[in-house]
Design a protein around this ligand. Structure first.
Ligand SMILES: [Zn+2]
Length: 153
């Protein structure tokens, strides 16, 4: 009986954003996953730069969005880390207002209605749609600040 020569591999590739390591690094990652037939997920934080990167993107943001849009075809689903992975985003003004409550806290707030949550998530999906991005999941929504960490503990 031949031994099964396959190896189970699990890894985490963090900060695949246009700001941390750039679009080219994400492209290399996706190419590798496609060639090796690796399936997984990556996250996209469309408002992580303080504005929605799908509206008037910089060249680097545009290059990154192009990669996110092809991720699924490379075996990688795209999960959202909500909109900013920080403060609640204002879709009207296209920015994260200074001092905004963090998404991680807001998502665990009994006073917020289901309709408010639906409106916020629909707005994120709409931002993704504009760039050809289809989210396939949601990652841990709290950022690394102490109040978010305490809330999710
Ligand atoms: Zn936080």
């Amino acid at each position: 009986m031949p031994r099964n020569r396959k190896t189970l591999l699990s890894f985490y590739c963090d900060d695949t954003s246009p700001y941390a390591v750039g679009a080219k690094a994400f492209q290399t990652f996706l190419d590798y996953c496609a060639e090796q037939k690796i399936a997984g997920e990556s996250s996209a934080i469309l408002g992580g730069g303080g504005h929605s990167m799908t509206r008037k993107p910089s060249d680097e943001e545009q290059a990154f969005l192009k990669q996110v849009a092809r991720a699924w075809d490379c075996g990688i689903g795209t999960h959202m880390e909500v909109m900013t992975h920080s403060g609640l985003f204002d879709f009207q003004t296209n920015r994260e207002p200074e001092g905004a409550v963090h998404e991680g806290l807001w998502l665990h707030e009994p006073a917020v209605t289901q309709a408010e949550y639906e409106r916020y998530f629909r707005s994120i999906l709409a931002e993704g749609d504009g760039a050809g991005i289809r989210f396939t999941g949601l990652t841990w929504p709290g950022c690394g600040c102490d109040p978010c960490k305490r809330r999710y503990a």
